[in-house]
Design a protein around this ligand. Structure first.
Ligand SMILES: Cc1cc2nc3c(=O)[nH]c(=O)nc-3n(C[C@H](O)[C@H](O)[C@H](O)COP(=O)(O)O)c2cc1C
Length: 357
C-alpha cells in the first residue's frame, strides 16, 4: 500500500530524479540503525546456507546490479532490503559528467527502462571515500564495477582498469570489469577476442601483483552484453577463462528493441533493461553456461522481475542473480521474496523445513 503510493508519486517525476530521491534517502538512512532495523523488519530475509562462489561466501544469492549506486553512497542503506551482495559503480578513474539529460526513460507498459547514462560520476577518489564510511559491513559482499574514462582511447583502456583495480582491491570483495555498457563509445569492442585477450592479460597481471601486495585474492569478474552473437559469446568466454578470470556477469542492457517496438520511446538511444530483456538474458545465460562447461561461476542479471524469474536462472545453473529494473517495477520486496522462494525450493528438495513441519 505504502509502496504503491510511493511508486505512484515517483513515477510522476523523471526517472533519474526519482532514482536520486530514493538513493538519497537510502544514503541518509544507511548509517541510522533504527531505520535500518525497521527496513529489515519490513523486508525480512530468512537465514540461508548462502552461496560459495569465486572463493567468497555470499549470505544469499540475490544482489543489486551495477548502476543503481554509482557513487558508493547508498549501498549500505539499500542492502537492508535483503541483498546478499551489492555491486557499486560503474566507477571511472576521474570525474565525468556522462551524457546530457534526459538519459533514462521508463517504458511502463513493458516494465522496462532505456538508459544512456554514460558512466556519470565523481571518480574513483570520491567513491573510495564513500565506501570507507561504512567501517563494518558484516557478511554483505561488496563488488565494485570498474569502467574506462570516456576520453581514454580504447587501446589505453587497460591502464584505466589497472588504476581502478589498485584503488578498489583493498576495499572490495570482488571487482567487475565492465566492457559491456552500450553508452561509452566503442567500449563493447573490448569484448571481441582480439581486444579482450590483451586487455585481460594486463588485468590478470595486475590481479596477481595486487594479490602479492595485499596477501589476499580479490576475484575479478567480467560483465558482458547480451548482444554478442554465438561466435562472439564463445570467443569472449574462451578469452575470459584463459585469462584466469574468476567469474562472468551476464548480462548488461541490450541495444535491441525486441518486444518494445510499439513504445513511443523505443527509438531513444541506449540500453534496454527490465522485462523486455528477460528472454534474451535467459537465452544468453544458457549459451554462456554451455560454453563454460562449469569452468567458472556466472551471475545472471537482466529482466529478473519476479521470484520465479530468479529461480529459473538459478535452476539453469547461475550461481547468483542480480536485479536493477525489477526493483523499480516490482518494488523493494523483491529481494526478500526471491530469497524466501530459494529457501522454500531448497527445503522441498531436501524435505526439511525450518518450522519442523
Ligand atoms: C539506469 C541504469 C544504469 C545502469 N548503469 C550501469 C553501470 O554503470 N554499469 C553496469 O555494469 N551496468 C549498468 N546498468 C545495467 C544493470 O546493471 C543491469 O545489467 C541491466 O540493467 C539488466 O538488469 P535489469 O533488467 O535487472 O535492470 C545500468 C542499468 C540501468 C537501468
Amino acid at each position: 500500500m505504502i509502496y504503491r503510493l510511493a511508486r505512484s508519486l515517483l513515477f510522476r517525476i523523471n526517472p533519474e530524479l526519482a532514482h536520486g530521491v530514493v538513493a538519497g534517502l537510502m544514503a541518509r538512512s544507511g548509517g541510522f540503525s533504527p531505520i535500518r532495523a525497521a527496513v529489515k523488519e519490513a523486508f525480512p530475509v530468512p537465514e540461508s546456507q548462502g552461496v560459495d562462489a569465486f572463493g567468497l561466501h555470499f549470505p544469499n544469492p540475490v544482489g543489486l546490479a551495477a548502476g543503481w549506486d554509482k557513487e558508493g553512497e547508498a549501498w549500505w542503506g539499500v542492502s537492508a532490503l535483503g541483498f546478499g551482495h551489492v555491486e557499486i559503480g560503474t566507477v571511472t578513474p576521474k570525474p565525468q559528467p556522462g551524457n546530457p539529460k534526459p538519459r533514462v526513460f521508463r517504458l511502463p507498459e513493458h516494465r522496462s527502462l532505456i538508459n544512456r547514462m554514460g558512466f556519470p560520476g565523481s571518480g574513483a577518489e570520491v567513491v573510495a571515500r564513500n565506501i570507507a564510511r561504512v567501517p563494518d559491513r558484516g557478511n554483505l559482499i561488496l563488488g565494485v564495477n570498474i569502467g574506462k574514462q570516456k576520453t581514454t582511447p580504447l587501446e589505453d583502456a587497460a591502464e584505466d582498469y589497472c588504476v581502478l583495480m589498485e584503488k578498489f582491491a583493498p576495499m572490495a570483495d570482488y571487482l567487475a570489469v565492465n566492457i559491456s555498457s552500450p553508452n561509452t563509445p566503442g567500449l563493447r569492442k573490448l569484448q571481441h577476442q582480439e581486444s579482450l585477450r590483451p586487455l585481460l592479460g594486463r588485468v590478470a597481471e595486475q590481479k596477481d601483483r595486487l594479490q602479492q601486495e595485499l596477501g589476499r585474492r580479490v576475484p575479478l569478474l567480467v560483465k558482458v552484453a547480451p548482444d554478442l552473437d554465438d561466435e562472439g559469446i564463445r570467443g569472449a568466454v574462451d578469452a575470459i577463462v584463459e585469462a584466469g578470470m574468476d567469474g562472468l556477469i551476464a548480462t548488461n542492457t541490450t541495444i535491441g528493441r525486441k518486444g518494445v517496438e510499439d513504445s513511443p520511446l523505443a527509438d531513444e538511444t541506449g540500453g534496454l533493461s527490465g522485462e523486455a530483456l528477460r528472454d534474451l538474458s535467459m537465452d544468453f545465460l544458457g549459451k554462456v553456461l554451455g560454453y563454460l562447461g562449469g569452468a567458472i561461476p556466472v551471475i545472471s542479471v537482466g529482466g529478473i522481475m519476479t521470484a520465479d524469474d530468479a529461480l529459473a536462472r538459478l535452476d539453469a545453473g547461475a550461481a547468483l542473480v542480480q536485479l536493477f529494473t525489477g526493483l523499480i517495477y516490482s518494488g523493494p520486496g523483491l529481494p526478500s521474496a526471491i530469497v524466501k522462494s530459494v529457501i522454500q525450493g531448497a527445503e522441498k528438495l531436501t524435505g526439511s523445513s525450518n518450522d519442523g513441519g
